[in-house]
Design a binder for this molecule. Sequence first.
Ligand code: HPA
Ligand code: ZN
Length: 337
Amino acid sequence: MTLMTPAQLAAAVPKAELHMHIEGSLEPELIFALAQRNGLSLPYASVEALRAAYAFIDLQSFLDIYYAGASVLLHEADFHDMAWAYFLRAAADNVVHTEIFFDPQAHTARGVPMDTVIQGLASACARAQAELGVSAALILCFLRHLSEEDAFNTLEAALPYREHFIGIGLDSSEVGHPPSKFSRVFARCRELGFHVVAHAGEEGPPAYIWEALNDLQTERIDHGVRSLEDPALVAELAQRRIPLTVCPLSNLKLCVVDDLKDHPMKRLLDAGLCATVNSDDPAYFGGYMNANFVQTVEALHLTREDVITLARNSFEASFVSDERRAALLALLDNAVA
Ligand code: HPA
Ligand code: ZN
């Protein structure tokens, strides 16, 4: 791979994806197909009309459409088919390990049982390992616009399936819903042995990242791009090697940055942070892993070394066993040798 451009190398290297909401991988075509299969009508005349509605001005304008899209998911097969479609795309982008967020409250609130959600996703994860050689794990996210009590009830409902998920995350509308709102339920999740992560510093201030670290004791920060506004926070993240799961095309589509050329990824790397590239909600934001990686490399003129660092960071930041991590890093070393 020595003759490749940095962008070509970015596409070719093995990597992990650590920040992808499975409901955000629902392509408009699949939304329409599932609606038809389930006898539901959609408030959009066509796939094109739905896609045309994907003009977001901020996180909330996206979330409204994201939850509406997810409402076509009713049966175990729907969750399985959605995840399987993502795994095929991820494998094509040389993703060899992925940690997938899911939002059970978006489904249980509509009357879909927890069992349906988790069994459908878990069977797709097992199939990805068996048929594609992609290792996959699930991270259950609490919706932060709902109450901590609702999060506790969701945790309770999911515990019979705990063998199927490795961690707990926090997503949905950030501003006005600081991490500290969920301190008690995250303490319980840590006590139960789950990995813990949280979205912070996407639209919210650096203070929310401090709260994720101090109140929730998260092992990674999802997004975290606003950390650069606080030098003491950058020093803390660097010193503790807290990974940031950054999503460049998401930041562009949700107007966190005006242009990919202004994206903070290069500054995060230059500050010595363990930043990674991820797709967030690839069906809504214009691309999967390699679209994010390649466009970021090109817009910011990232080097071959930056690309290798980002791929290496993705494995360092993942929640795999030491043995699997060593195998993944060896795969990367071989690919770039
Ligand atoms: N941010 C917060 N919550 C979300 C997102 C996101 O980008 N995608 C799905 N839920
Ligand atoms: Zn996200």
